[in-house]
Design a protein around this ligand. Structure first.
Ligand code: ZN
Length: 310
């Protein structure tokens, strides 16, 4: 915005100068005219200077607001982790054999020998294998369904990182956005130490409002990650209003990802809106949950809840 003001100012300055010198040539008292000219230019420069000062104050306020949001938000998301977050390196790995029917196919977990736990309220199968719950074949980790401490894929699933590569490449080529997965896989023990630290600092009841208990974080699945963009607030509510967040919300489904913690659906997901947290489900389900821009949660679609038992 401020750039345009400067460009307009320069154009006006040149125009005024041209007109003035053309008119002044004809005048008898050239000196008087020149003084008037300098006065007008000075007033003009003062106005431009004031616009710049006002704009920089506004910018500072915005920045400080952002800072506050960051601090506040550190205690309201379930994405809290050590401040020394390392960027998750996503490399194009060849998609596994599981990814058979297209680039962004559903991950078909081997559920042979799983235990049948009935159906969800909407009639989808609930199966448990090695302590992991699968609903309609999709791995689930929320406040109701936890993962065992032994489940440690160690990194993002290769199908997921491959799809993420394509999504980030599309964001770059379509819009010039530089985005990446800042936080991907998080182990049970990492989540445990994070959660315990919050409990000891803040009490269990408070910690539960912003930090996932060990086993209940979707980051342990290796199917979810948090997105950051180079010049935008990272993993805080400050990201919500960015064009990058908008692009992700409108396009992630094409790459098999869902916006997991939808705005205004805390009652369903158990978590506040997280414009940066995406989870892989494959294109077919992602498109259904995208619902032409009116995101549906996994909980609502399949008919299960996300609540701690105690
Ligand atoms: Zn997350």
């Amino acid at each position: 915005m401020i750039k345009y003001i400067d460009i307009i100012a320069i154009i006006l300055f040149v125009l005024y100068s041209l007109i003035f010198f053309k008119m002044n040539k004809k005048k008898k008292n050239k000196k008087k005219g020149l003084v008037k000219y300098i006065k007008v230019i000075l007033v003009f420069l003062i106005i431009i200077g004031m616009i710049h000062v006002l704009a920089s104050i506004g910018h500072k306020e915005n920045k400080e607001e952002g800072k506050t949001t960051t601090t506040t938000n550190e205690v309201v998301t379930n994405d809290i982790e050590e401040s020394t977050t390392t960027e998750v390196t996503i490399t194009s790995t060849t998609t596994t054999a599981r990814n058979t029917s297209g680039t962004f196919a559903k991950i078909n977990h081997d559920l042979s020998g799983s235990e049948d736990r009935g159906k969800t309220s909407k009639g989808y199968s609930i199966q448990v294998k090695n302590g992991i719950t699968y609903i309609d074949g999709y791995m689930v980790a929320n406040k109701t369904y936890s993962l065992p401490s032994s489940f440690n894929p160690g990194k993002l699933d290769s199908v997921v990182s491959s799809a993420a590569d394509k999504m980030f490449a599309a964001a770059k080529s379509e819009k010039g956005y530089k985005m990446w997965a800042q936080s991907g896989f998080r182990s049970y023990s990492t989540q445990e130490s994070i959660y315990n630290r919050y409990v000891s600092n803040d009490g269990k009841a408070n910690a539960d409002t912003y930090s996932a208990r060990p086993g209940n974080s979707e980051h342990q699945t290796g199917l979810a990650f948090d997105v950051c963009s180079d010049d935008k607030p990272c993993i805080t509510s400050g990201f919500n209003s960015t064009p990058q967040a908008k692009w992700l919300s409108e396009n992630a489904w094409k790459y098999g990802f869902i916006l997991r913690y939808v705005e205004g659906k805390t009652d369903e997901t158990g978590y506040k809106y997280e414009s940066w947290h995406f989870r892989y489900v494959g294109s077919e389900l992602a498109e259904k949950l995208y619902n032409n821009g009116n995101w549906i949660t996994m909980e609502s679609y399949f008919g299960f809840d996300s609540k701690y038992k105690d």
